[in-house]
Each structure stands twice: as structure tokens, then as C-alpha cells.
Design a binder for this molecule. Structure first.
Ligand SMILES: NC(=O)C1=CN([C@@H]2O[C@H](COP(=O)(O)OP(=O)(O)OC[C@H]3O[C@@H](n4cnc5c(N)ncnc54)[C@H](OP(=O)(O)O)[C@@H]3O)[C@@H](O)[C@H]2O)C=CC1
Ligand SMILES: CC(C)CCC[C@@H](C)[C@H]1CC=C2C3=C(CC[C@@]21C)[C@@]1(C)CC[C@H](O)C[C@@H]1CC3
Length: 418
């Protein structure tokens, strides 16, 4: 087989050195966040009061729980789906098929959990195991990434992602070489993107809420708000699972350590940071402020969902009555760009809605500590980086049409600001 052509896509994340640094820094940051959230001072920018003993990180039981959770979600993924969707056309003109049964997996997981709790499952005990669970999940992410990298060495060149095929093994291991790694019809990237991580996130949130109820007699209003907001976000992602097929991760990015760690570790253990903070730092929250925060989250969700659904509907069927009247810009690829509606206000309206929700998730934690705002700060940085990557990809894809779009819609995320 002819050696794969090395991609000439510019290196990102600081190239091989940056990728190597991130593979060390990300797990270290995770440990710091978990320790800081449960410490009294809860400092985001200061070292945690006490480093864990090595024994506190490793637990065979935690590894079994992680692998059992993964196995359950794989089993639910393999159940018959209410619908099978086609992915976007690949380089070889083929289209992959994807089961749309993520929300079904959420409901079945909830039913199994309900049964378990009825039978006395000590779910709240998870709240005391976040460190060994995160360590086990990180180990799993590394092993999955190594297996994926080895598998990609046997993949056809046309199956490789443009970004993760630089020829440098460290960089390619981090970014991911294969675009759609599958075992028969099981799509590993698609599965990891929405199932174990997002469902694990709300499971950890629930465990923290239950432990607060056990400690204080009932969960606080702030803990209930954070759980509710984030369950809405995960439920929405799974209900609109098909929309994931038009995101950058599925369309462009290879599946390597960054997304494996991001999906299996970073989402469940850092996205639950507000709930972790609230368990150890209860916050009083009056009804008027709670109502205001709910309104803020509702506004964010309205923008987020409205913009994502409008674009995804347009991409699936430009003649759909809900989008047929929108103004567009034709492009040389045959695809059109929306230039009115949500996508005529700013170029990434969905990011704006998502950031507003991220703020609403942090506010119930009060303003005495920076730690609960870590997600907001990280997320803004992630979306700014993502937006820059997307703009470059769209400029390369659409050329003059994208330049016209940028002239007509000059702001990227926040109207009249950025
Ligand atoms: N919670 C989290 O950790 C994260 C959440 N997200 C959220 O996920 C959602 C998806 O975000 P993301 O995956 O970054 O990508 P987007 O959903 O923003 O999709 C970007 C793609 O949309 C298409 N597009 C862009 N502008 C237009 C237009 N004017 N008209 C038609 N199509 C257009 C282009 O693809 P093409 O033209 O090829 O179809 C572009 O590459 C967002 O709501 C984001 O907030 C994202 C990352 C992390
Ligand atoms: C650990 C690294 C520094 C960064 C890892 C980033 C990942 C955690 C995110 C990259 C894109 C994501 C998306 C989502 C979750 C987070 C990751 C995997 C969603 C599934 C969240 C719900 C939305 O409705 C869709 C998102 C698609 C992108």
C-alpha cells in the first residue's frame, strides 16, 4: 500500500511539543480541579492544600466501575435505533450510517438507575470516588487512544483525517489519525462524543446532589439548579443527536487522545465542577436570584437551540418551510451559507447561547470563589479556538463566498462586540 500522503494542514495546539505538554497538563489540571473543589479554600489559581497519596488515585473498583459504565453504554448503543441517519459525504463519496438512539440510552440509563436506587444502590458513594474514577477514566482514555493509533496505521489513506496525519507520532496520537474509526459498524468517535461522557456527567451530578441530601437533609436550590440546567443540556444534545453529524469533531477531526480524553474524562469530571463545589461549599440562593438565573439559562438555551436547529435543518433540507425564506449566499461548492436569521446576527450564534448557559451554570455557586467559573473561562477559550479553526476551514472551503459572509455579518460571537 502506498505510504499515506502527509497532510499539509498547519499544525495546531503548538505542534508536537504543545500536544505532549497538553497530554501531561490536562490530567494534572483535572487532579488539581478535583482537589480544589473539595478543599475549604477552593482556590482555582493556588496549589491544592494537600496532594493525594498515590493510593488515593488508584482503585481497581473504580476501574471496574468505569469499564462497566462503558460496557453498559456500548450495549445501549447497539440496541435497535428509532432511526438510522446518514453522515455527510466522505472523500470517497460514501456516507456512513449512524444509529440515532442516544435519548433512548438516556431514558434506559435513567430507568436502570431508578431500579438500582429502589434496590438500595448507594449512588452517592460515587461522590467520594471522583479522584480514583477520574484516574481510571484517564487510563482508559490513554489505552483507547493507543489502540486507535495502532488501528489507524492499518487504515486506508482515504480514511485519515487531514489534521492528524502530520507524520509526527506524538502530534498525530494527540489529534487522531483516523477520521471515523469503526469496529464493523460501531463508530467509536460518534459513540464517545455523546454517550459515556455526557451521561457520566449527569450521573456524577446526581451522585453529588444525593450526597448533599444525605449530608444536609435535602439538596440545596443551587445544586438543584445546576443539576437541572446540565441535565437539560445533555438531554438536548441526545435528543438532537443527529445534529452532531454536522459538527467539526465528526466532519473534520480525527479521533485521538484529545477527543478521547475530552469525551471520557474532561466532560464528566470537569463539567461537574459546579456540583462538586456546591457539595463542599453550600451557597444560599434566594428565589428572586434563582428565578433570574433560570431566565438567563432559558435565554441562552433559546439562542443555542434556535441557531443550531436552524443551521442543521438548513443543511439537511434547504427547502424546509422553517428555513426556506432565509437569505443565503451561494458558494462554489453548491452548499449555501445562511446570511439571515440567527446566522445573520453573528457568525457563531450557537456559541453565544452556549456561553450564556455556561454563565447561568456558574452563578448559583455565588461570587466568592473563582473555581466554579472555571468551566466558563475554559469554555470561552475553547470556543474562541474552535471558532478560529472553523473560520479557517470555511474560508478554505468557501473562499470568496465566506469573505462576503464576513463582510455582511462582521461579528463572530457577540453582536457589536466580537
Ligand atoms: N459544551 C461543550 O464543551 C461544547 C459545546 N459545543 C457546542 O456544539 C455546537 C456545535 O458547535 P461546533 O461543532 O463548533 O460547530 P457548528 O455547529 O458551529 O458548525 C460549524 C459549521 O457550520 C457550518 N456553517 C457555519 N456558518 C454557516 C452559515 N452561515 N450557514 C450555513 N452553515 C454554516 C459550517 O459547516 P458546513 O458549511 O460544512 O456545513 C461550519 O463548519 C455549538 O452550539 C457549540 O456551542 C461545541 C464544543 C464544545
Ligand atoms: C480536553 C481538551 C482541552 C478539549 C476537549 C474538548 C471536548 C470536551 C469538546 C470538543 C467538542 C465537544 C462537543 C460537545 C461536548 C464537549 C466536546 C467533546 C457537545 C457534545 C456538547 C453538547 C452539544 O449539544 C454538542 C457538542 C458537540 C461538541
Amino acid at each position: 500500500m502506498a505510504p499515506p500522503q502527509r497532510s499539509r494542514v498547519p499544525l495546531e495546539f503548538g505542534g508536537p511539543l504543545g500536544a505532549a505538554a497538553l497530554m501531561l497538563l490536562l490530567p494534572a489540571t483535572l487532579v488539581h480541579l478535583l482537589l480544589a473543589a473539595r478543599s475549604a479554600p477552593a482556590h482555582l489559581l493556588a496549589p491544592p492544600p494537600a496532594l493525594p497519596a498515590p493510593g488515593a488515585l488508584w482503585s481497581p473498583w473504580a476501574l471496574q466501575l468505569c469499564l462497566g459504565w462503558l460496557g453498559l453504554q456500548v450495549a445501549l448503543y447497539l440496541l435497535p435505533a428509532r432511526k438510522v441517519a446518514e453522515g455527510l459525504q466522505l472523500k470517497d463519496k460514501s456516507r456512513l450510517l449512524y444509529p440515532i438512539n442516544g435519548f433512548q440510552a438516556l431514558v434506559l440509563t435513567a430507568l436502570l438507575l431508578g431500579l438500582g436506587l429502589w434496590a438500595g444502590l448507594p449512588l452517592d458513594a460515587l461522590a467520594d470516588m471522583l479522584l480514583p474514577l477520574a484516574f481510571a477514566a484517564t487510563l482508559t482514555a490513554f489505552v483507547v487512544s493507543i489502540l486507535l493509533f495502532v488501528k489507524s496505521l492499518m487504515a486506508h489513506p482515504s480514511a485519515l483525517a487531514p489534521g492528524g496525519n502530520s507524520g509526527n507520532p506524538v502530534y498525530d496520537f494527540f489529534l487522531g489519525r483516523e477520521l471515523n474509526p469503526r469496529i464493523i459498524s460501531f463508530d467509536i468517535k460518534y459513540f464517545c462524543e455523546l454517550r459515556p461522557g455526557l451521561l457520566g456527567w449527569v450521573l456524577i451530578n446526581l451522585a453529588l446532589l444525593m450526597q448533599e441530601a444525605k449530608l444536609r437533609g435535602s439538596p440545596s436550590l443551587a445544586m438543584c439548579l445546576v443539576n437541572g440546567f446540565q441535565l437539560l443540556y445533555v438531554g438536548d444534545a441526545l435528543w438532537h443527536e443527529e445534529a452532531i453529524l454536522t459538527t467539526m469533531d465528526i466532519m473534520h477531526d480525527g479521533f485521538g487522545f484529545m477527543l478521547a480524553f475530552g469525551n471520557l474524562v474532561w466532560v464528566p469530571f470537569t463539567y461537574s465542577l459546579q456540583a462538586q463545589f456546591l457539595l463542599h461549599h453550600p451557597q444560599p440562593l434566594g428565589l428572586p436570584l434563582a428565578a433570574g438565573i433560570c431566565l438567563l439559562n432559558a435565554v441562552g438555551y433559546y439562542i443555542f437551540r434556535g441557531a443550531n436547529s436552524q443551521k442543521n435543518t438548513f443543511r439537511k433540507n434547504p427547502s424546509d418551510p422553517s428555513v426556506a425564506g432565509l437569505e443565503t449566499i451561494p458558494t462554489a461548492t453548491g452548499q449555501q451559507l445562511l446570511v439571515s436569521g440567527w446566522w445573520g446576527v453573528v457568525r457563531h450564534p450557537n456559541y453565544l447561547g452556549d456561553i450564556i448557559m455556561a454563565l447561568a451554570w456558574s452563578l448559583p455557586c455565588g461570587v466568592t470563589h473563582l473555581l466554579p467559573y472555571f468551566y466558563l473561562l475554559y469554555f470561552i477559550a475553547l470556543l474562541l479556538h474552535r471558532e478560529a479553526r472553523d473560520e479557517l476551514q470555511c474560508l478554505q472551503k468557501y473562499g470568496l463566498a465566506w469573505q462576503e459572509y464576513c463582510q455582511r455579518v462582521p461579528y463572530r460571537i457577540v453582536p457589536y462586540v466580537y
